[in-house]
Design a protein around this ligand. Structure first.
Ligand code: 2HA
Ligand code: ZN
Length: 271
Protein backbone atom coordinates (compact mmCIF):
# COMPACT_ATOMS: atom_id res chain seq x y z
CA UNK A 1 0.00 0.00 0.00
CA UNK A 2 1.14 3.52 -0.76
CA UNK A 3 2.15 5.37 2.40
CA UNK A 4 2.43 9.09 3.06
CA UNK A 5 5.92 8.21 4.29
CA UNK A 6 7.04 7.09 0.82
CA UNK A 7 7.25 10.63 -0.48
CA UNK A 8 8.08 12.49 2.73
CA UNK A 9 11.40 11.32 4.17
CA UNK A 10 11.55 13.91 6.95
CA UNK A 11 8.06 12.92 8.12
CA UNK A 12 9.08 9.26 7.94
CA UNK A 13 12.16 10.00 10.08
CA UNK A 14 10.05 11.56 12.86
CA UNK A 15 7.49 8.76 12.79
CA UNK A 16 10.20 6.09 12.90
CA UNK A 17 11.57 7.84 16.00
CA UNK A 18 8.13 7.35 17.58
CA UNK A 19 8.25 3.66 16.63
CA UNK A 20 11.74 3.38 18.18
CA UNK A 21 10.56 4.97 21.43
CA UNK A 22 7.38 2.85 21.49
CA UNK A 23 9.63 -0.23 21.40
CA UNK A 24 11.69 1.08 24.33
CA UNK A 25 8.53 1.77 26.36
CA UNK A 26 7.37 -1.80 25.82
CA UNK A 27 10.77 -3.31 26.57
CA UNK A 28 11.04 -1.31 29.78
CA UNK A 29 7.67 -2.61 30.96
CA UNK A 30 6.19 0.87 30.98
CA UNK A 31 3.51 0.18 28.35
CA UNK A 32 1.31 -2.68 29.51
CA UNK A 33 -1.61 -3.37 27.15
CA UNK A 34 -2.47 -0.05 25.43
CA UNK A 35 -0.82 2.07 28.14
CA UNK A 36 0.69 5.39 27.23
CA UNK A 37 0.35 7.83 24.38
CA UNK A 38 2.59 9.69 21.98
CA UNK A 39 1.74 12.63 19.74
CA UNK A 40 4.15 14.69 17.65
CA UNK A 41 3.64 17.91 15.75
CA UNK A 42 4.75 17.14 12.19
CA UNK A 43 3.51 20.31 10.52
CA UNK A 44 7.03 21.29 9.41
CA UNK A 45 7.74 17.78 8.10
CA UNK A 46 4.60 17.60 5.98
CA UNK A 47 4.87 21.00 4.39
CA UNK A 48 1.92 21.99 2.26
CA UNK A 49 0.87 20.25 -0.91
CA UNK A 50 -1.92 18.05 0.35
CA UNK A 51 -5.20 19.81 -0.33
CA UNK A 52 -7.91 19.00 2.17
CA UNK A 53 -10.61 17.87 2.75
CA UNK A 54 -10.44 16.20 -0.72
CA UNK A 55 -7.60 13.93 0.28
CA UNK A 56 -8.75 13.19 3.81
CA UNK A 57 -9.54 9.57 4.60
CA UNK A 58 -12.10 10.38 7.27
CA UNK A 59 -13.56 13.25 9.23
CA UNK A 60 -14.05 15.93 10.25
CA UNK A 61 -14.11 14.75 13.86
CA UNK A 62 -14.61 16.99 16.89
CA UNK A 63 -11.62 17.62 19.14
CA UNK A 64 -13.95 18.66 21.96
CA UNK A 65 -12.50 22.11 22.34
CA UNK A 66 -11.23 24.93 20.18
CA UNK A 67 -7.45 25.23 20.13
CA UNK A 68 -6.67 28.45 18.28
CA UNK A 69 -2.95 27.88 17.73
CA UNK A 70 -3.46 24.58 15.90
CA UNK A 71 -5.03 25.91 12.69
CA UNK A 72 -3.81 23.74 9.83
CA UNK A 73 -1.32 21.83 12.00
CA UNK A 74 -0.49 18.19 11.33
CA UNK A 75 0.14 15.56 14.01
CA UNK A 76 1.10 11.93 14.16
CA UNK A 77 -0.81 10.22 17.01
CA UNK A 78 -0.85 6.76 18.48
CA UNK A 79 -4.21 5.12 17.81
CA UNK A 80 -6.80 4.64 20.50
CA UNK A 81 -6.53 1.23 22.17
CA UNK A 82 -3.38 0.49 20.16
CA UNK A 83 -0.38 -1.08 21.82
CA UNK A 84 3.10 0.46 21.94
CA UNK A 85 4.61 -2.92 21.07
CA UNK A 86 2.51 -3.01 17.87
CA UNK A 87 3.25 0.60 17.03
CA UNK A 88 6.96 -0.19 17.28
CA UNK A 89 6.54 -2.73 14.47
CA UNK A 90 4.10 -0.82 12.29
CA UNK A 91 3.58 2.85 13.18
CA UNK A 92 1.16 3.61 10.33
CA UNK A 93 -1.17 0.71 11.17
CA UNK A 94 -1.25 1.68 14.87
CA UNK A 95 -1.31 5.43 14.59
CA UNK A 96 -2.44 8.05 12.14
CA UNK A 97 -1.57 11.40 10.67
CA UNK A 98 -4.23 14.01 11.32
CA UNK A 99 -4.74 17.57 10.17
CA UNK A 100 -6.53 20.22 12.24
CA UNK A 101 -9.25 22.14 10.40
CA UNK A 102 -9.31 25.92 9.99
CA UNK A 103 -11.94 26.25 12.74
CA UNK A 104 -9.38 24.75 15.17
CA UNK A 105 -12.07 22.49 16.64
CA UNK A 106 -11.98 19.45 14.32
CA UNK A 107 -9.51 17.18 12.59
CA UNK A 108 -9.32 14.94 9.57
CA UNK A 109 -7.52 11.62 9.53
CA UNK A 110 -5.23 12.05 6.56
CA UNK A 111 -3.01 8.98 6.45
CA UNK A 112 -2.34 6.13 6.09
CA UNK A 113 -5.40 4.25 7.32
CA UNK A 114 -8.38 5.24 9.45
CA UNK A 115 -6.93 4.66 12.90
CA UNK A 116 -8.89 6.79 15.39
CA UNK A 117 -6.33 8.72 17.46
CA UNK A 118 -5.71 8.21 21.17
CA UNK A 119 -8.50 8.95 23.62
CA UNK A 120 -6.05 11.40 25.17
CA UNK A 121 -6.00 13.42 21.94
CA UNK A 122 -7.77 16.50 23.43
CA UNK A 123 -5.26 16.73 26.29
CA UNK A 124 -2.23 16.16 24.04
CA UNK A 125 -3.50 18.73 21.55
CA UNK A 126 -4.13 21.19 24.39
CA UNK A 127 -0.45 20.85 25.35
CA UNK A 128 0.67 21.33 21.72
CA UNK A 129 -1.61 24.38 21.52
CA UNK A 130 0.02 25.75 24.67
CA UNK A 131 3.56 25.08 23.34
CA UNK A 132 2.89 26.83 20.03
CA UNK A 133 1.36 29.76 21.93
CA UNK A 134 4.55 30.07 23.95
CA UNK A 135 6.70 30.01 20.83
CA UNK A 136 8.28 26.74 22.00
CA UNK A 137 10.25 24.57 19.58
CA UNK A 138 9.03 21.42 21.38
CA UNK A 139 7.19 19.05 19.08
CA UNK A 140 6.69 15.85 21.10
CA UNK A 141 4.40 14.73 23.94
CA UNK A 142 4.96 11.34 25.59
CA UNK A 143 2.77 9.79 28.27
CA UNK A 144 3.91 6.50 29.80
CA UNK A 145 3.83 4.46 33.02
CA UNK A 146 7.45 4.20 34.33
CA UNK A 147 7.11 1.65 37.09
CA UNK A 148 9.48 3.05 39.71
CA UNK A 149 8.42 6.69 39.29
CA UNK A 150 4.78 5.65 39.60
CA UNK A 151 5.66 3.63 42.72
CA UNK A 152 7.30 6.70 44.24
CA UNK A 153 4.09 8.71 43.64
CA UNK A 154 2.27 6.46 46.12
CA UNK A 155 3.48 8.34 49.18
CA UNK A 156 2.61 11.90 50.17
CA UNK A 157 6.18 12.61 51.22
CA UNK A 158 7.34 12.49 47.59
CA UNK A 159 4.47 14.59 46.25
CA UNK A 160 5.46 17.82 47.93
CA UNK A 161 6.91 20.37 45.52
CA UNK A 162 10.41 19.47 44.30
CA UNK A 163 11.06 16.81 46.95
CA UNK A 164 11.32 14.14 44.23
CA UNK A 165 13.14 16.51 41.88
CA UNK A 166 15.92 17.02 44.44
CA UNK A 167 16.05 13.37 45.46
CA UNK A 168 16.24 12.11 41.87
CA UNK A 169 18.76 14.78 40.82
CA UNK A 170 20.97 13.75 43.74
CA UNK A 171 21.20 10.06 42.75
CA UNK A 172 23.56 10.53 39.77
CA UNK A 173 24.94 13.70 38.11
CA UNK A 174 23.39 12.95 34.68
CA UNK A 175 19.84 13.31 35.96
CA UNK A 176 20.25 16.99 36.77
CA UNK A 177 22.32 17.58 33.63
CA UNK A 178 19.83 15.95 31.25
CA UNK A 179 16.54 16.64 33.04
CA UNK A 180 17.46 20.10 34.25
CA UNK A 181 13.94 21.35 34.96
CA UNK A 182 13.15 18.46 37.30
CA UNK A 183 9.85 16.68 37.85
CA UNK A 184 6.58 18.58 38.27
CA UNK A 185 3.81 16.98 40.30
CA UNK A 186 0.12 16.71 39.42
CA UNK A 187 -2.21 15.17 42.04
CA UNK A 188 -4.36 12.20 41.06
CA UNK A 189 -7.06 13.05 38.53
CA UNK A 190 -9.22 10.97 36.20
CA UNK A 191 -7.20 9.80 33.16
CA UNK A 192 -8.24 11.66 30.03
CA UNK A 193 -10.02 14.43 31.95
CA UNK A 194 -9.82 18.10 31.10
CA UNK A 195 -8.83 18.78 34.71
CA UNK A 196 -5.75 16.55 34.25
CA UNK A 197 -4.84 18.28 30.97
CA UNK A 198 -5.21 21.73 32.57
CA UNK A 199 -3.12 20.74 35.60
CA UNK A 200 -0.45 19.29 33.31
CA UNK A 201 -0.24 22.52 31.31
CA UNK A 202 -0.06 24.51 34.56
CA UNK A 203 2.88 22.34 35.71
CA UNK A 204 4.66 22.72 32.35
CA UNK A 205 4.06 26.46 32.61
CA UNK A 206 5.73 26.43 36.03
CA UNK A 207 8.83 25.33 34.08
CA UNK A 208 8.91 21.54 34.04
CA UNK A 209 9.48 19.34 30.97
CA UNK A 210 8.38 16.18 32.79
CA UNK A 211 5.33 15.94 35.03
CA UNK A 212 4.46 13.06 37.35
CA UNK A 213 0.78 12.13 37.48
CA UNK A 214 0.15 10.75 40.96
CA UNK A 215 -0.47 6.97 40.96
CA UNK A 216 -0.60 6.90 37.15
CA UNK A 217 2.43 7.89 35.07
CA UNK A 218 4.42 10.73 33.58
CA UNK A 219 3.86 13.24 30.81
CA UNK A 220 6.95 14.63 29.11
CA UNK A 221 7.54 17.17 26.38
CA UNK A 222 10.62 17.65 24.24
CA UNK A 223 12.06 18.92 20.97
CA UNK A 224 11.45 15.43 19.65
CA UNK A 225 10.20 12.11 20.97
CA UNK A 226 13.70 10.80 21.70
CA UNK A 227 14.48 13.78 23.93
CA UNK A 228 11.19 13.41 25.82
CA UNK A 229 11.87 9.68 26.31
CA UNK A 230 15.45 10.28 27.46
CA UNK A 231 14.32 12.60 30.24
CA UNK A 232 11.83 10.05 31.55
CA UNK A 233 14.44 7.30 31.30
CA UNK A 234 17.02 9.38 33.17
CA UNK A 235 14.58 10.18 35.98
CA UNK A 236 13.51 6.56 36.26
CA UNK A 237 17.18 5.48 36.39
CA UNK A 238 17.55 7.68 39.47
CA UNK A 239 14.43 6.05 40.94
CA UNK A 240 16.05 2.64 40.35
CA UNK A 241 19.25 3.71 42.11
CA UNK A 242 17.20 4.95 45.06
CA UNK A 243 15.20 1.72 45.15
CA UNK A 244 18.33 -0.44 44.96
CA UNK A 245 20.03 1.47 47.76
CA UNK A 246 16.93 1.01 49.93
CA UNK A 247 16.82 -2.68 48.97
CA UNK A 248 20.48 -2.98 50.03
CA UNK A 249 19.34 -1.81 53.45
CA UNK A 250 20.35 1.85 53.62
CA UNK A 251 18.97 5.28 52.71
CA UNK A 252 21.25 6.74 50.01
CA UNK A 253 23.07 9.94 50.98
CA UNK A 254 22.60 11.57 47.58
CA UNK A 255 24.94 14.15 46.15
CA UNK A 256 25.28 17.25 48.33
CA UNK A 257 23.66 20.61 47.55
CA UNK A 258 27.06 22.02 46.63
CA UNK A 259 27.80 19.10 44.28
CA UNK A 260 24.47 19.73 42.55
CA UNK A 261 25.13 23.47 42.36
CA UNK A 262 28.47 22.64 40.74
CA UNK A 263 26.63 20.60 38.06
CA UNK A 264 24.25 23.51 37.37
CA UNK A 265 27.21 25.83 36.89
CA UNK A 266 29.26 23.42 34.77
CA UNK A 267 26.34 22.61 32.46
CA UNK A 268 24.82 26.11 32.54
CA UNK A 269 21.48 24.71 33.71
CA UNK A 270 18.23 26.68 34.20
CA UNK A 271 17.72 25.56 37.83
O1 2HA B 1 -4.27 5.67 26.75
O2 2HA B 1 -2.18 5.43 29.40
O3 2HA B 1 -3.71 7.17 30.60
C1 2HA B 1 -3.59 4.93 27.64
C2 2HA B 1 -3.22 5.65 28.87
C3 2HA B 1 -4.16 6.64 29.42
ZN1 ZN C 1 -1.75 6.35 31.30
Amino acid sequence: MKSILDTRPTLAAEIYKVAEVAGYLWEKGWAERNGGNITINVTNEVGCGCSLPDKALAGPFEIGETLPNLKGCWFYCKGTNRRMRDLARDPMANGSVIKITDDCAHYYIVADTVVPPTSELPSHLAVHNYLIGKGSSYKACVHTHPTQLVAMSHTDAFLKKDVLTKLLWSMIPETKAYCPRGLGIVPYMLPGSKALADATIAAIDEDYDVVLWEKHGVFAIGEDVIEAFDMIDTLNKSALIYRDARAMGFIPDGMTESQMAEISKAFNLPK
